[in-house]
Design a protein around this ligand. Structure first.
Ligand code: SF4
Ligand code: SF4
Length: 419
């Protein structure tokens, strides 16, 4: 990060909206955000929390900051998971996390780039159309492997061959991360169990590009438009996504760009609806005491709180116990906003703190409907050698609907196919 470059204050101000310029004046300095910020809990410096950042941003756009102040501000701006907790607790309702994303973009446009690791990650998304820098041809390989391994009722069809009622959008992580491919396989199998006519884009599935927005990369709106054009050209009107980050991207970040006739559902809410309609029936008992981790992108950012809990309560044998911080106050695992790339040690501490909170409930398993949170929480489990297991929501549901597609069986089947 180029901390020592002088920041052109007029350009920074020009990159913020009128509302945001008012918001930087609105802080009452009450300190409520300090008490709740999960990053500040691990690194208690004023420059990390919203109050400190608002003060610095105001100084920056009004009169400029000296070199030390500027360095401190930039550190605080990127040592943030954009979790939105400060917005929820702020009595003035300053839209803080959106302000931090916009300030990042404004700084980049003014010539002050993101931390090095974020730049590399963003370049991979731009070059390969996925965050894993893998050939796009491999994107739908999970579906073929799963069919050959006998994990599906029927092959998953490609959209270009079959314009279905529903597009299942797997996202980069479930498509390319070998451990997380189980999420895509289980999503497909659950949709098949419910008799949903769906297809995937496979090699044509783009990265949702929401990370560009999270890390302030300019040009996000143009990227979003390209994806929306693809959906329109392909006649796609209903999209089900199994990643909380993709859901926030398609549902919230594309707002105003996505056609009003296109509906985007998070998989967990979609499955809950199918259970409610009697199309998907959890049958087998899953005797587990579990606690539920609300992903920031589903919960605070999109108010999806009740559907995942309703789904869990529909599974026989599941006992759901809440953590001290849950719902709108759920503590972030540190995976959002590019924080893990910028400050992996802080992400680890945040995740460890969240896992300890989960341990306090007496649960055996932490459930989350987001593969990115699953990765993040696993870091915490390993950091403190916790006895807790971290499951994707699909894993508990599949154990009740069709246990032969549990993660362990998928891993064994995929490993056997490799031999
Ligand atoms: S968005 Fe989250 S991590 Fe960032 S300052 Fe606010 S509470 Fe802290
Ligand atoms: S909670 Fe809101 S008003 Fe209070 S210090 Fe933080 S940003 Fe300012």
């Amino acid at each position: 990060m180029a901390e020592d470059k002088a920041v052109p204050t007029d350009k920074i101000a020009a990159g913020l909206t009128r509302r945001q310029l008012i918001e930087i004046d609105a802080c009452a300095r009450c300190g409520e955000c300090l008490a709740w910020c999960p990053v500040y809990a691990q690194d208690p410096r004023e420059s990390i929390c919203s109050r400190g950042k608002l003060r610095s941003l105001k100084g920056l756009v009004r009169s400029g900051l000296d070199e030390a102040e500027q360095k401190e501000f930039l550190e605080g701006l990127y040592e943030c998971s954009a979790c939105g907790q400060c917005h929820v607790v702020c009595p003035v309702r300053i839209n803080t996390h959106e302000l931090w994303e916009q300030a990042r973009e404004s700084l980049v446009k003014a010539g002050i780039p993101q931390p090095e690791q974020q730049i590399k990650h963003l370049a991979a998304i731009r070059e390969f159309n996925n965050a894993y820098a893998k050939p796009q041809q491999e994107r739908g390989a999970w579906a073929e492997k799963a069919w050959k391994a006998g994990l599906l009722r029927e092959p998953v069809r490609l959209w270009k061959e079959h314009r279905a009622s529903v597009l299942y959008f797997a996202g980069c992580t479930a498509s390319f991360d070998p451990v997380m491919q189980a999420v895509a396989v289980q999503s497909a199998r659950l949709l098949q169990e419910a008799g949903i006519d769906f297809a995937i884009l496979g090699p044509d599935e783009p990265c949702c590009a929401s990370k560009l927005r999270r890390m302030g990369a300019p040009g996000f709106a143009d990227e979003a438009r390209k994806r929306v054009d693809l959906f329109r050209e392909q006649g796609i009107e209903t999209i089900v996504v199994s990643c909380a980050g993709c859901f926030k991207g398609l549902h919230a970040d594309y707002r105003g760009i996505l056609s009003p006739s296109t509906e985007v559902f998070p998989l967990t809410a979609y499955l809950d609806r199918l259970i409610g309609e009697g199309r998907l029936r959890p049958r087998e008992k899953v005797p587990l005491r579990v606690t539920y981790h609300d992903p920031c992108h589903l919960g605070r950012h999109n108010q999806i709180y009740s559907e995942p809990r309703s789904l869990l309560n529909a599974i026989p044998g599941i006992e759901l116990v809440e953590m001290r911080r849950h719902g709108p106050f759920s503590a972030c695992c540190g995976m959002g906003g590019g924080l893990k790339l910028a400050k992996p040690e802080i992400q680890k501490k945040m995740s460890a703190a969240r896992v300890k909170e989960a341990e306090d409930t007496g649960a055996e398993v932490i459930i989350t409907p987001c593969q990115t949170c699953q990765i993040g929480l696993t870091v915490g489990v390993e950091a403190i050698s916790s006895r807790l297991r971290v499951y994707h929501m699909n894993e508990v549901l599949i154990r009740s609907v069709c246990p032969e597609v549990c993660r362990e069986h998928i891993e064994k089947a995929f490993a056997a196919a490799e031999e």
